[in-house]
Design a protein around this ligand. Structure first.
Ligand SMILES: *Cc1c(COP(=O)(O)O)cnc(C)c1O
Length: 395
């Protein structure tokens, strides 16, 4: 059906529907779910060869499962990467990346505006002798100044959460390579539908599949897309041994999510752009953070490295926590929940939820104030969402 030579010529929407899946013995058109923990062998010699890896084939679903493999192959094709390994969550994708590649004495430079739990995870590695320096994601000179002789990894997320700061993937990849380090991009907010970090020079892409890859708020999962040599020699042996494995059921959900990814990301982006413009002219709003706005500090960079501006935006309401909470509580069409990237729109108060574990000084340095509200714009009709925001703000 699809070979690798052909894959490079196909648009992302086509890869999302077609890559990674061949009809099976039953000629089914929708991929089956292989809910089995282990696989049988014809004889003892074949079992030995499969375990040794001298004969390809399934062994045990901690590290080989056809449904999980279909998801991995489809996502790798969409990111334009050679290989992919699926993981049990977005956090375990980052955990696997670090534990498989780094050792005691190594150093990481990380954007200070990454997902809150990612900051906690990199901070946790210090007790194993892996130190991290956190820097302003938009200040290339700060990244360069933070480099040490033992720096092995640069880690970033763009646009960032919740302030949508945009990092220069090409420049930071070049900085990493000049120092013999690798550049890792968490591509959760854009997905390959809007941004392909590997084509811009990054070495590795990580995902929280929980967000837009599923896109309907059903499952927790993650993935790493990387060169085949890294997957075979580093990530696969770690996954096989440590077991941060994606379940076949979740892989099937994500596989089907990828079929509508381009369509959804374009629709999320259109709606978010319209709501950002609406919020910007509202008298109770002090500032809107969305890379699609012409006055966003990295608007030009975002326009260069993304095909659209995504479905997440934040805005600062005049006043503080009390005013922000009142607006949040008055919204009828936005769920108050911790997720993002769902068909259902979501509203979050970062200072007291996703970023509540940080010290007030850390939050202030990041620019996350008490009046800040984050929206993950879903797939409801934009006009309904705009009316809902209008009502909540005017009340
Ligand atoms: C949610 C999220 C993660 C963590 O993913 P889980 O699937 O919740 O473990 C990592 N990075 C970003 C940008 C996220 O939004």
């Amino acid at each position: 059906m699809m070979n690798d030579d052909f894959a490079g010529e196909l648009a992302l929407a086509t890869l999302g529907c077609r890559a990674g899946v061949e009809p099976g013995a039953e000629y089914e058109n929708s991929p089956p779910i292989y809910l089995t923990s282990s696989f049988c062998f014809d004889n003892a010699a074949q079992a030995a060869a499969r375990f040794a890896g001298t004969e390809p084939g399934n062994v045990y679903s901690r590290f080989t499962n056809p449904t999980v493999r279909a998801f991995e192959q489809r996502l790798a094709a969409m990111e334009g990467g050679e290989a992919c390994i699926a993981t049990s969550s977005g956090m375990s994708a980052i955990l696997t990346t670090v534990l498989a590649l780094l050792a005691q004495g190594d150093h990481v430079v990380c954007s200070r505006s990454v997902f809150g739990t990612t900051v906690s995870l990199f901070t946790m590695f210090a007790k194993f002798g892996i130190d991290t320096t956190f820097v302003d994601p938009t200040d290339n000179a700060a990244w360069a100044a933070a480099m040490r002789p033992n720096t092995r990894l640069l880690f970033l997320e763009t646009p960032s959460n919740p302030l949508t700061e945009v990092s220069d993937i090409a420049a930071l990849s070049a900085l990493a390579h000049a120092a013999g380090a690798l550049c890792v991009v968490d591509n959760c907010f854009c997905t390959p539908a809007l941004q392909r970090p590997l084509a811009l020079g990054a070495d590795i892409v990580t995902h929280s599949a929980t967000k837009y890859l599923d896109g309907q708020g059903r499952c927790v999962g993650g993935a790493i897309v990387a060169p085949a040599a890294l997957v075979e020699q580093k990530f696969f042996p770690f996954l096989r041994t440590a077991g941060p494995t994606m379940s076949p059921f979740n892989a099937w959900v994500f596989l089907k999510g990828l079929e509508t990814l381009q369509l959804r990301m374009d629709a999320h982006s259109r709606s978010a752009a319209e709501l950002a413009a609406f919020l910007q002219q509202h008298e109770r709003v002090a500032r809107v953070f969305y890379p699609g706005l012409a006055d966003h500090p990295q608007h030009a960079l975002a326009a260069r490295q993304q095909s659209a501006f995504g479905g997440v935006l934040s805005f600062e309401i005049k006043g503080g926590r009390e005013e922000a909470w009142r607006v949040i509580d008055r919204l009828a069409l936005f769920s108050i929940t911790a997720n993002l990237g769902d068909t259902r729109s979501i509203v979050t108060h970062p200072a007291t939820t996703t970023h509540g574990r940080l010290q007030p000084a850390q939050r202030a340095e990041m620019g996350i104030g008490e009046g800040l509200i984050r929206l993950s714009v879903g797939l409801e009709a934009t006009a309904d969402l705009r009316r809902d925001l209008q009502r909540a703000l005017d009340a």
